[in-house]
Design a protein around this ligand. Structure first.
Ligand code: ADP
Ligand code: ZN
Ligand code: ZN
Length: 723
């Protein structure tokens, strides 16, 4: 008997809702399993969302059912649904995002297993007479008989067994190829290294986490070097011993070998990583190992929050204030918030760890919605070095370093230690200009200057990737008096190489592009010989440099002065993070060069009193109705002309929305033109979330209808972090 059903399929297309397809047959694939369906002229892979009996005649039919079992467990499917609703992003795209690439492409949801040749039952009983005329098959049989567990092709080749002999055995059903799971068993004793003796604060935190039952959100608020990682490790130990799994999210740049190593050293359990550096196959294998419960510790960057787990027991978000946890294109979600939702759904604890918690998290904690675990001392005997603010306006022309800073670096390396100079700008100089007419090299496609990369003899736009050769004469007046302004990592490295008798190691995206380059640089630093590092944000996090006793910070001012309301918060976080690299195992010193040494927020940040700074900033935000005291969503639009980009949002802004929602703009984006497109934005602000989401629904429906929208690219960003 044939029956017909309608399946609702979530497809990876930028349209809301699911799509109906007819399914012939009686076996209905469950929610979360993959199917192939025709869509326009293409064939797409989507996930089954639901089904209902149907007689509707005109539906297109499902082409193929790929899975009999869901690829995503229901719990994860629900997380995707909640995220799709909250971020107003199509469910099909969210689900697609949650899948490893090979599964998106329809690949097998099976771990790659080792292939082996094994003797069959019939092969066991073959007598030598039967193979007397085929000596190669006889030898092959003998070897396989001696290895009842089977042998890999490589092993057999090494034993001189030919592929043709094996194929002949298979034809006679005397041997088979089998797939074997060669992953090591998890040992019964999961602890590989004794824990450190926790101090009183650490002990309090560990006990609170271990006592937690069901959903329990924690803020582990501990200054850099206070031993947060030790708290994670000890809180995890009993869970791992009970066969459970722990997920650890780290910032993009935090996923260093050092971080992963600390977990691997402590526990004798399988640890997998999930990050952009893996091949598709590795990623799928690690994902499956987590889903099957084999991987016990799952360490990954933001997208790892979508990893399925068989026995989840704890989620940890390290450096939970870090902006890399927010995805800034396509599906714009915040992994920190998803981590909390997921823990809630799974009824397990979640730990947000940070030395400088996001104001949102701090606010929730002060309201009592997160349990507050504080670590106020460095775990080692060292105290945190104070930050000395010095006036950068006294620097000699053309040199970003103050004589005092250079002197301090000299003393530091002469004493056999290491120094770090932090400058958040790659390249040789952020600008070149004509001395005679004032011409400046600008990107043709963006509102920005081109950075001079002297090593590569190129001018480069850091926003769109545009690149051109360095002109020898001014394109406007023909003068050859072209000069640079400002300094980046390359120039600073050159200056320091001229002034210091020790190696100067540059660490930025350009110097570490080659695979393995970052590890090589870090290894050189770990050797502990006197040296100075010059680095960007890449150096700020996760690294532990035992010999580092001096940090010089250049140019942190722009963040504190920024028009973006998050500017000072982010600048303070970065400042304390960079400063925290100094003196982890010896006496440390931190020098902050500033052109605004009297700025009160900068001074507050430098004093190390982050809680007081947070209170000040939170008061300002309360007055302005800004997060966490109000909620924001942003419509961003880009088009070939400013008029088109403005017009669309202008039209949209006339839509009626719930009364409490303020619609502000449209206005040009902070960077008006980028990669050849003009950009505008419309801000929605409301003290409550519910009306904001209602407004978004109304506006999104309208935006899809407006003809002006077809000449633009636009998207919605809920809880935007850059604006
Ligand atoms: P955080 O993650 O808070 O910055 P870490 O966990 O990296 O701090 O710890 C900083 C240093 O202190 C590490 O070298 C760590 O081994 C050490 N440490 C942590 N806890 C203790 C402890 N209880 N006793 C001794 N050393 C500790
Ligand atoms: Zn000129
Ligand atoms: Zn550009």
């Amino acid at each position: 008997m044939s029956s017909k059903n309608t399946l609702q399929i979530a497809l990876p297309v930028p349209l809301p809702g699911c799509f109906d397809y007819a399914l012939h047959g009686t076996v209905i694939p469950p929610r979360g399993s993959r199917v192939k369906v025709p869509f326009g002229r293409r064939t797409l892979i989507g996930l089954v969302h639901g089904h209902a009996p149907s007689d509707y005649p005109k539906l297109k039919a499902v082409e193929a059912v790929i899975d009999e079992e869901p690829v995503l467990p229901d719990e994860l499917y629900q997380l995707c649904e909640r995220a799709a609703r909250y971020y107003h992003h199509p469910l099909g795209e969210v689900l697609n995002y949650a899948l490893p690439t090979l599964l998106r492409q329809g690949g097998d949801a099976q771990a790659s297993l080792e292939k082996r040749w094994q003797i069959s039952e019939r092969g066991q009983h073959v007598s030598d007479d039967q193979v007397s005329r085929a000596p190669r098959q006889r030898d092959a049989l003998r070897i396989l008989r001696e290895h009842p567990q089977g042998l890999s092709s490589a092993m057999l080749a090494a034993l001189d067994v030919s592929a043709s002999a094996l194929n002949s055995l298979r034809e006679k059903s005397w041997a088979n190829q089998i797939h074997v799971d060669t992953r090591p068993e998890v040992p019964r004793e999961t602890l590989a290294q004794a824990p450190l003796a926790a101090n009183a604060e650490q002990r309090g935190a560990i006990q609170a986490i271990q006592k937690a039952k069901g959903f329990a959100p924690f803020l582990l608020d501990g200054i850099t070097g206070s031993g947060k990682t030790e708290v994670y490790l000890q809180a995890m130990a009993p869970l791992l011993a009970a066969g459970k799994q722990v997920m650890v999210l780290v910032p993009e740049i935090g996923l260093t070998p050092q971080t992963v190593q600390r977990f691997k050293q402590r526990f004798a359990v399988p640890v997998v990583t999930l990050h952009s550096g893996l091949s598709d196959r590795e990623r799928l294998d690690n994902w499956l190992a987590a889903r099957e419960g084999h991987a016990r510790i799952i360490i990954g960057t933001r997208s790892a929050i979508f990893t399925p787990m068989l026995n989840p027991a704890l989620i940890i978000v390290d450096e939970a204030h870090d902006s890399s946890l927010k995805q800034q294109d396509g599906f714009r979600y915040h992994a920190r918030d998803l981590a909390t939702w997921r823990a809630q759904q799974l009824e397990i604890p979640v730990i947000l760890g940070s030395a400088t918690p996001a104001l949102e998290t701090l606010h929730l904690t002060r309201q009592g919605r997160f349990q507050w675990l504080k670590l106020s001392q460095r775990a080692t005997a060292q105290s945190r070095p104070p930050i000395e603010i010095v006036d950068a306006r006294l620097a000699p022309p053309g040199n970003p370093l103050l004589p005092l800073s250079l002197q301090a670096l000299k003393q530091c390396v002469e004493a056999g230690n290491q120094g770090l100079v932090f400058i958040n700008r790659r390249g040789y100089a952020p600008m070149i200009l004509c001395h005679d007419c004032g011409w400046q090299a600008e990107c043709k496609r963006c509102d920005s200057f081109l950075t001079w990369h002297r090593n590569d003899q190129a001018l480069r736009c850091h926003h769109c990737g545009y690149q051109q050769p360095v002109p020898s004469r001014c394109p406007d007046c023909g003068s050859s008096a072209i000069q640079e302004a400002g300094s980046g990592t390359e120039k600073l490295t050159e200056l320091l190489e001229q002034s210091l008798p020790v190696p100067v190691i540059r660490i930025d995206r350009d110097a570490t592009r080659r695979k393995g380059a970052l590890d090589a640089h870090l290894a050189q630093i770990q050797k502990g010989e006197p040296a100075v590092m010059v680095g960007t944000q890449m150096l700020a996090k996760g690294h532990h440099f035992p010999k580092l006793t001096l940090v010089v910070i250049l140019d942190m001012d722009s963040g504190f002065l920024s028009a973006d309301f998050r500017g000072p918060e982010q600048a303070a976080q970065l400042l304390l993070q960079v400063a925290g690299r100094s003196g982890r195992e010896g006496k440390g010193r931190v020098i902050l060069q500033s052109r605004h040494p009297d700025h009160h927020l900068l001074q507050l940040a430098a004093s190390g009193d982050y809680p007081q700074l947070a209170t000040t900033l939170l008061e300002e935000r309360q007055m302005a109705g800004l997060p966490p005291h109000g909620h924001l969503a942003l419509f961003r639009c880009e088009a070939m002309t400013m008029g088109t980009a403005m017009n669309f949002l202008q039209q949209l802004s006339t839509t009626a929305v719930p009364q409490d929602v303020h619609v502000l703009g449209p206005i040009p984006a902070p960077m008006e033109k980028r990669a050849g497109r003009f950009r505008t934005q419309l801000l929605l602000q409301c003290s409550q979330r519910a009306p904001l989401h209602q407004a978004l629904n109304v506006l999104l429906e309208q935006a899809r209808k407006l003809p002006e929208g077809r000449q633009c690219r636009w998207h919605v960003d809920v809880d935007p972090i850059d604006m």
